[in-house]
Design a protein around this ligand. Structure first.
Ligand SMILES: [Zn+2]
Length: 445
């Protein structure tokens, strides 16, 4: 696939698509959805079986409103069940013969068995280049630049996106032992973007720099942007990035269909709606919200691939609780923005007070001994009598643990008004649970 690049001074990678009026975008979505549904119904066995059970055929639908009213949904459990029941590693959603794939990547598996992602790099999507191209352009990647890649399970395609932008990938493993090499290579090659370097790596950089007497602010001074994925950045990592002059662009997944990135406004992550149809479902009723809503809503994110011709997910319920905002962004783009709040299954309700792990983060990592922000909410069920937390610590002698426990409890009371039961464990024990860039934040026991 050859990619035509805009002039280097262009603000947008694809001005026409990125700033398309929303009524035109809706027409384009319906055209793309019609093609996707025909493809998925024909080629993806899980999708076909769901639609047959619902008594619905793609050609019965007259528009997006019909789709919202009638199309069946499915979730990750349905994928896993199909995978186990049919001996199909791709969960019944791979739309091409396995021999025609040219890569298999996987999700990180924070909440269970990693999901395998079939790829047909270069021929897997229809339409103009979108995710990664538009986003890395916005971060500031230009032809001739070096771009540092700090990658794990999905390294293949990312490498090629950078090359197609005319830039040169500089590769590292996503591992704290690579940080010193990253610092030294960054000082020498002056790359302009760093992908993917989130909270745990920023915090680890502070430790490596202190131990080796290195100065991250000057060694990382060439970066126009640092992309951070995996989980939202806590306040401590944010302060480190600020102190080193790094502009962080948060990046996340959109229901296993595609990715989304912040623009330079940092007011939510843009979802390219000419590649994915995003819907919001009411978290209390589980029913779809109005797809034409032009205000911010707190919803479960549901995604349908519009251009993917390998794994055409149709109405995949992500289980992600997000703020979905379809109002225009100050950057001039018309595509929706989301902010990730947590997993729907992560919420606990204690004394009628809903608590998500993200609310506790800043309070816990502000305590010096808990500065890695390693903690878990114990959630045997959604409704609880007491908030139970497992919190990681370091550099604390046994005689100080009781006082540390009180300090953590007081910090939690200050943010959510609930007195928690706190179990302290060494950081190293919690970090072993990671895949490795994040740990499970909510566990049943
Ligand atoms: Zn924007």
């Amino acid at each position: 696939m050859t990619v035509t690049l805009p002039p280097g001074e262009a603000r947008y990678f694809d001005a026409e698509r990125e700033t398309m009026p929303r009524d035109r975008l809706a027409e384009l979505q319906w055209e793309l959805l019609t093609e996707t549904l025909a493809f998925a119904y024909e080629r993806a066995p899980l999708v076909r079986s769901l639609w047959e059970a619902a008594g619905c055929r793609p050609e019965d639908l007259g528009g997006i409103a019909d789709f919202v009213a009638r199309a069946p949904t499915f979730d990750k459990d349905a994928l896993r069940a199909w995978r186990a029941g049919h001996g199909d590693p791709f969960g019944g959603v791979c739309g091409v013969p396995v021999g025609e794939l040219n890569a298999v990547t996987s999700t990180s598996g924070t909440t269970g068995e990693p999901t395998l992602v079939p790829e047909r790099w270069g021929q897997g999507t229809v339409g103009p280049p979108a995710v990664m191209y538009r986003d890395l352009w916005e971060v500031g990647v230009r032809p001739g630049d070096h771009v540092s890649l700090f990658l794990f399970t999905f390294r293949g395609p990312v490498f090629a996106f950078v090359q197609q932008l005319g830039a040169v990938p500089v590769c590292f493993d996503h591992d704290a032992t690579e940080i010193e090499r990253l610092l030294r290579c960054s000082a020498e090659l002056a790359p302009t973007a760093l992908y993917n370097f989130g909270g745990p790596m920023l915090r680890a950089t502070a430790e490596v720099a202190a131990a080796r007497g290195l100065d991250p602010a000057s060694m990382l001074g060439s970066y126009r942007g640092v992309v951070a994925a995996g989980e939202p950045l806590g306040p401590r990592a944010r302060r480190l990035a600020d102190a080193w002059g790094l502009e962080i662009f948060e990046h996340s997944g959109v229901g296993d269909v595609t990715g989304c990135f912040e623009c330079r406004e940092h007011a939510g992550m843009h979802v390219w709606e000419d590649t994915v149809l995003v819907e919001g479902f009411d978290p209390d009723t589980g029913r779809p919200c109005d797809p034409a809503a032009d205000h911010l809503e707190r919803v479960e994110l549901v995604a349908t691939a519009l251009v993917n011709r390998v794994a055409p997910l149709v109405r995949f319920r992500s289980g992600d609780l997000v703020d979905l905002d379809r109002r225009p962004c100050a950057c001039g783009r018309t595509h929706a923005r989301i902010r990730t709040l947590g997993r729907l299954g992560d919420e606990v309700v204690v004394d009628g007070r809903s608590v998500l792990p993200g609310e506790l983060w800043g309070a816990i990592e502000a305590i010096e001994a808990c500065r890695l922000g390693c903690f878990q909410v114990i959630r045997p069920r959604r409704e609880l009598d007491v908030l139970r937390l497992r919190v990681g610590y370091r550099d604390t002698p046994p005689g100080r643990l009781e006082a540390l426990r009180d300090e953590v409890a007081a910090a939690v009371v200050a943010v959510v008004g609930l007195v928690p039961e706190v179990e302290l464990v060494p950081d190293t024990q919690l970090l072993r649970l990671g895949p490795p860039h994040k740990i499970p934040r909510v566990v049943p026991a």
